[in-house]
Design a protein around this ligand. Structure first.
Ligand SMILES: Cc1cc2nc3c(=O)[nH]c(=O)nc-3n(C[C@H](O)[C@H](O)[C@H](O)COP(=O)(O)OP(=O)(O)OC[C@H]3O[C@@H](n4cnc5c(N)ncnc54)[C@H](O)[C@@H]3O)c2cc1C
Length: 351
């Protein structure tokens, strides 16, 4: 069967792009190394209002509904709940955060996202108050990737191997091994930095570590956000994360990150004891210089493309951008300028 799109990488970006292509009737082959990736480590949190100044994600009005619809469709397809909506308690840690919260609570366009929070646990330390955030929750990315891989394998659309760039031929026609796809899309996460065609784009990868913990205390049905976050995952277990180390690309777990995360938690929920760390993982976020995704085509080789750079917000961003990208590939619909890699070629950032 002729392949329309060869997708390199089966993280969240490659998986959801493959899903969108298949839904639109295109044939794909997904090639992935099979190694643990950032998407499997990620907590999958969706939080539309972030940062000390509590700023709403630009485009949330279309990003969030598209993401929720996509995850609902996938949950139905695989008969497993993949996105769990959970309200978030934001523990305000500084006077600046408190001021920002007061300002946002008075802004009409934040009303659907924020309200004054109530202390659901008697032991929360919140000197500057608590904000309740809604339209939040988490995606079980690891389960989604496993189900998607199985689905692709059953449809003869998956190959486990590290794609060797030297095996790609551009002329007289695009080919890789015995396949002649119409397009190749690289969804390689931070490994995109080694890509011979796109590696000079301004990635700024950031390592993150995350703990999976158990406690005997009953955890409330809220995500806690205190600069770090705690996500209850059921059975008195929770995820605690994530550290952020800009420029680091190793995936070694460290005692330092573990202690930092546990100390940050005990400063706001000192009553949560005992905590047993069941697992610790590290991954690398594909973050970028201008904090925008890196999407688009090579300026010289128009059937080589990149779909990458979703940073720390893949769960929220990827579904909508996958839809736009498929329209761009097959209907020549322009990509949003802020994510189009063209921005770097036009400004001669890359010579
Ligand atoms: C600790 C941590 C916590 C995070 N928490 C959140 C969160 O709460 N919410 C959120 O939205 N995001 C979070 N993120 C970010 C999220 O992980 C990313 O936005 C998203 O998963 C990136 O997906 P990706 O597919 O681009 O990259 P990846 O998941 O890294 O996937 C890339 C894939 O490409 C494969 N690959 C690369 N090169 C080749 C090749 N040559 N041949 C074959 N295969 C190749 C890799 O093996 C890998 O499987 C977190 C990340 C980390 C590390």
């Amino acid at each position: 069967m002729p392949i329309d799109v060869l997708i390199v990488g089966q993280g969240l970006a490659g998986s959801l792009l493959a899903w969108e292509c298949i839904n639109q009737g295109y044939n794909v082959l997904v090639v992935d190394s099979g190694e643990i990736n950032a998407s499997q480590v990620a907590a999958g949190l969706i939080n539309p209002v972030t940062g000390q100044r509590l700023v709403k994600q630009s485009g949330v009005d279309y990003l969030l509904p598209t993401a929720l619809t996509c995850y609902a469709q996938l949950s139905a397809k695989f008969n497993q709940l993949l996105f769990k909506p959970l309200p978030m308690l934001r523990i305000l840690k500084t006077p600046l955060e408190q001021q920002s919260a007061q300002k946002r609570l008075n802004q009409r366009d934040y009303h659907g996202f924020l309200s004054i929070g109530k202390d659901v646990s008697t032991s929360l330390v919140a000197h500057h108050g608590i904000l309740q955030q809604t339209q939040t929750g988490y995606l079980n990315t690891s389960a989604l990737l496993g189900l998607m891989r199985k689905f692709l394998i059953e449809n003869a659309s998956y190959q486990q191997s590290v794609l060797n760039y030297a095996e790609i031929t551009l002329q007289p026609r695009l080919s890789w091994q015995s396949i002649c796809p119409k397009h190749i899309v690289f969804c390689e996460g931070h490994h995109g930095m080694q890509n011979p065609w796109f590696g000079n784009l301004p990635f700024q990868p950031a390592k993150g570590e995350i703990l999976h913990c158990q406690t005997t205390d009953l955890l409330q049905q809220h995500i806690f956000n205190f600069g770090q976050w705690l996500i209850p995952t059921g059975d008195n277990q929770f995820k605690l994360g994530a550290s952020f180390e800009s420029g680091k690309t190793d995936t070694d777990t460290t005692q330092r990150a573990k202690q930092t995360l546990l100390q940050a938690l005990s400063a706001v929920v000192p009553g949560l004891k005992p905590i047993e760390v069941l697992n610790q993982q590290a991954g690398v976020r594909p973050t970028t210089l201008d904090k925008q995704a890196l999407i688009g085509s090579h300026p010289q080789f128009g059937n080589l493309h990149m779909f990458n750079g979703f940073g720390a917000k893949g769960s929220l961003l990827i579904p909508w951008y996958a839809r736009q990208f498929v329209k761009y590939l097959f209907q020549q619909t322009p990509l949003p300028a802020q994510v189009n890699i063209q921005r770097y070629y036009e400004t001669h950032y890359i010579s």
